[in-house]
Design a protein around this ligand. Structure first.
Ligand code: GLP
Length: 260
């Protein structure tokens, strides 16, 4: 796993955006895995800037989102459909028919989840999956105890996740209790993983995910099993890493390594 530590949120977002843009430059029809939450907002802003000012083209891109709340319509202000539309899709040129987001209102969740997994495969698999991390160490909505081989399915959210996300709703009782989420196994099949975290509230989860044992209790620790995972952090999110100086050393020296 590669750990990149940046001073500020903005530098972290820009570094991750460069990584995604490099994938698109080498594979213009790449399949991107999208994440929601406040963390990737800066990354999306930078990708929009690259699109508008530097011609980064999304016209052949396909996207699959990680998750959606059960019970929220695509128009609901707090749905992940709405989040993606408002913060990214409305500002870039991804064809509408290439955008996939789990349905929070299907009448048959089991069938929907199976179809979603099939669509990912039919589109050639995800080239790069963007991820945030919950304060309990979850990725997507894979709460503690989720199998590291889990697939897209309906999940019951942990009380701590509902509390964390209550800030986006009028009251805590409005936060959905269930979500549909890609599984850890689904995520691990992506060719490349890019996880972002900022702020000291994520420092403990990051230390456990990066340096702790691989465990279903911290589903982000599954990134240790992936051959191409990069974790982008701001200074605050990196503060509990025991090997912080080592990551900074590697980050400094790696660009000078002999070319492959
Ligand atoms: C939710 C999402 C995750 C996200 C997490 C953290 O639980 N399902 O994908 O990583 O929130 O959100 P934030 O970036 O707002 O801290």
């Amino acid at each position: 796993m590669e750990v990149i530590i940046c001073e500020e949120y903005e530098a972290m977002s820009k570094a991750a955006a460069r990584d995604i843009a490099n994938v698109l430059n080498t594979k213009p029809n790449a399949v991107l895995g999208m994440a929601t939450g406040s963390t990737p907002l800066g990354l999306y802003q930078e990708l929009v800037r690259l699109h508008k000012e530097e011609g980064l083209d999304f016209s052949q891109v396909t996207t699959f989102n990680l998750d959606e709340y059960v019970g929220l319509s695509p128009q609901h202000e707090q749905s992940y459909h709405r989040f993606m539309h408002d913060n990214f899709f409305s500002a870039v040129n991804i064809p509408r028919q290439n955008i996939y987001i789990p349905s929070g209102t299907t009448s048959n969740y089991q069938a929907f989840c199976e179809w979603y997994e099939r669509r990912i495969m039919e589109c050639g698999g995800i080239d790069v999956q963007i991820l945030g991390i919950g304060s309990d160490g979850h990725i997507a909505f894979n709460e503690p105890g989720s199998s590291l081989q889990s697939r897209t399915r309906l999940k019951t959210l942990a009380k701590s996740t509902i509390d964390d996300n209550a800030r986006f709703f009028d009251k805590a009782s409005d936060v959905p209790i269930y979500a549909i989420t890609m599984g850890v196994g689904t995520i691990l099949e992506s060719r490349k993983l890019v996880l972002l975290a900022n702020g000291s509230s994520k420092a403990k989860a990051i230390a456990e995910a990066v340096e702790g044992p691989v465990t279903s209790m911290i589903t982000a620790s599954a990134l240790q099993l992936h051959p191409m995972a990069t974790v982008y952090l701001d200074a605050a999110a990196s503060e509990q890493l025991k090997m912080r100086d080592y990551y900074l050393w590697i980050q400094d020296k790696k660009p000078g390594a002999p070319a492959l």
